[in-house]
Write a protein that binds this ligand. Structure first.
Ligand SMILES: CC(C)(COP(=O)(O)OP(=O)(O)OC[C@H]1O[C@@H](n2cnc3c(N)ncnc32)[C@H](O)[C@@H]1OP(=O)(O)O)[C@@H](O)C(=O)NCCC(=O)NCCS
Length: 220
């Protein structure tokens, strides 16, 4: 049997902030109760998709004619990610994390060390004076065997150029190959750009207002 099981992760947004909740070791995994043949088959697909996702790279041309690379996050992207975080406004960070915070080393480690099965992350890099900073990223974390929670952030000066839509498109392609059936997300009601990206994806979408957030479900 494959070693990975898609069990209920704690909520993605908090899962991102708690390494302990993400690192389910082998013992914890083998204690999971229900493992069906369906899950094995899905995990097989996910392993195949993983090898492709881990090498993912695509070039996109933005609305302003500028080219960006959308690629799989790499283990040594930590510094670049922190720089991107430093370039993002408080509003952008609040919309992404629902709080304004600094990233700890542990959180950065979580963001860059992904397995491309339960956790898939793409970053957007641009050529700025021969440097290649990260200016955006999108990721999903599998929360049930068929469902993953998705989240995005784009540095303010690069917003509105189509990066969000492109990330959505590429993550959708990866998730479909991995056999996932749904993306879910929690979005602040005032976050029109994120809701627009979801609507414009063309995926069947349903929304539910829950507390102070909109829970979005997209069929893949
Ligand atoms: C949400 C986000 C990732 C979108 O990225 P982006 O690169 O700006 O997205 P795009 O350029 O592909 O599209 C944004 C869409 O929102 C629209 N938009 C921008 N500001 C808007 C506003 N105030 N009201 C309505 N629509 C707006 C744009 O016109 C565009 O729609 P269009 O394609 O029909 O023109 C980015 O705005 C961001 O990082 N926001 C802060 C973090 C965040 O909200 N994360 C989501 C957590 S789930």
């Amino acid at each position: 049997m494959l070693a990975i099981i898609c069990h209920h992760e704690p909520h993605f947004r908090f899962c991102l902030l708690s390494k302990e909740s993400v690192d389910s070791g082998p013992d914890k995994v083998s204690n999971q109760p229900v493992v069906t043949a369906l899950v094995d088959e899905q995990n097989g697909r996910r392993l195949l998709a993983m090898s492709e996702a881990a090498k993912y790279s695509a070039v996109e041309v933005l609305r302003n004619g500028r080219s960006v690379e959308i690629r799989a996050v790499e283990g040594d992207d930590g510094e670049r990610l922190l720089e991107a975080f430093g370039r993002a406004s408080a509003k952008t960070i609040h919309r992404r994390f629902f709080a304004v915070r600094r990233l700890t080393e542990e959180q950065v480690g979580f963001f860059v060390n992904v397995d491309f099965i339960k956790h898939v992350a793409l970053v957007v890099s641009v050529n700025e004076n021969m440097k290649h900073p990260i200016v955006g990223g999108g990721r999903y974390v599998v929360v049930t065997p068929t469902q993953a929670e998705v989240a995005f952030a784009v540095v303010d000066e690069y917003q509105g150029q189509g990066i969000g839509a492109a990330l959505m498109h590429h993550l959708t392609a990866i998730a479909r190959k991995a056999g996932l059936k749904e993306f879910v997300a929690e979005v602040l009601p005032e976050n029109a750009p994120m809701l627009k990206v979801f609507k414009s994806s063309g995926l069947p979408m349903s929304t539910k207002r829950e507390g102070g957030v909109i829970s979005v479900t997209l069929a893949l």
